[in-house]
Design a binder for this molecule. Sequence first.
Ligand SMILES: Cc1cc2nc3c(=O)[nH]c(=O)nc-3n(C[C@H](O)[C@H](O)[C@H](O)COP(=O)(O)OP(=O)(O)OC[C@H]3O[C@@H](n4cnc5c(N)ncnc54)[C@H](O)[C@@H]3O)c2cc1C
Ligand code: SF4
Length: 333
Amino acid sequence: MRPFEYTRAASPGEAGQMAAAPDARFIAGGTNLLDLMKLQIETPDALIDISRLDLAAIERTDDRGLRIGALVTNADLAADPDVRRHWPLLSRALLAGASGQLRNKATTGGNLLQRTRCGYFYEPSARCNKRMPGSGCDAMEGINRMNAILGGSSACIAVHPSDMAVAMRALDAEVETLSADGATRRIPLGDFYRLPGEDPSVETVLAPGELIVAVVLPPPHGGWQTYRKVRDRASYAFALVSVAAAVRLEDGLMRDVRLAFGGIGTMPWRDQRVELVLEGKAPSDKLFDEAARLLLQEARGHGHNDFKIPLTRRTLMAALRETTASFEEETSA
Ligand SMILES: Cc1cc2nc3c(=O)[nH]c(=O)nc-3n(C[C@H](O)[C@H](O)[C@H](O)COP(=O)(O)OP(=O)(O)OC[C@H]3O[C@@H](n4cnc5c(N)ncnc54)[C@H](O)[C@@H]3O)c2cc1C
Ligand code: SF4
């Protein structure tokens, strides 16, 4: 490991000022950053420890939403009674990620900013535009089983690996930040991540030194919700495909349909055209199939990951059947 300076920040403002320096990084739970440092993929000169800042509260907002501090651990967020009751797909997504030990350390802010799991990104001898801009992409012609089928560019097809971010995308979360100059802003999660384009090393719209202080959820959706994750083993594995679904029923028709996807996109994926196809209609397999076709019409496999196209279709159909079967039970009760 290369030498670096370690400083514990006393306040969010101080953390932002310290991290504005080039090659400074915040460290929260450290479950991703430390692995990257051991492999010398991340080589910061300065580590700003934010883990003791007062950013670990989960609070109700005046409009019945939820404000989740950036340092709330994945374990605490999944177990929060309000989250389990009103935003259950978020709790399910968190519990589907990593392991109990990791969830006890991993934080809300760090989870959103975890780096991809593309094998070539973690292999210093491989060509990788995300790790070393302009070097090429060994995944294109290589082992790309875990890579993206949507949102890729000729420079990169890496998947964003977070389960929590997929749930938050479906729930219309906003990221609250504090900049190095003291300015604050709220960024809808839909505008937070960048597609890889020509420079996949830049993954979000955050500026250097900009600290995530919280994630804000709007009032509860109120419908049936699920998070379905397909993976190689039942725990401790990243998604091949995941679907976060929330649907309300009014007079037998689907309303306020929200669908977000993990494991298939270069960022947590949402395509509102797909939701609109379902909106205001009675649930049926024919309609679900039409929605899946629309979602996947621009999907592109790269060989090893071609299987994700039919797998996504089946996972979406299963998630929609699960949520709408719940309303059939409700209607017949
Ligand atoms: C074996 C293993 C299996 C895993 N499986 C899954 C899985 O199935 N699903 C899943 O979703 N995740 C999985 N993870 C990833 C895990 O969830 C992340 O490593 C974790 O959420 C990162 O949070 P952290 O607090 O440890 O971040 P850190 O490692 O501390 O930081 C990650 C990045 O975020 C930045 N950062 C952290 N906090 C802030 C902040 N408040 N503001 C600005 N920048 C910040 C850091 O500078 C760093 O760049 C797995 C990890 C491992 C090691
Ligand atoms: S897909 Fe992206 S992360 Fe993977 S090797 Fe190519 S450039 Fe690197």
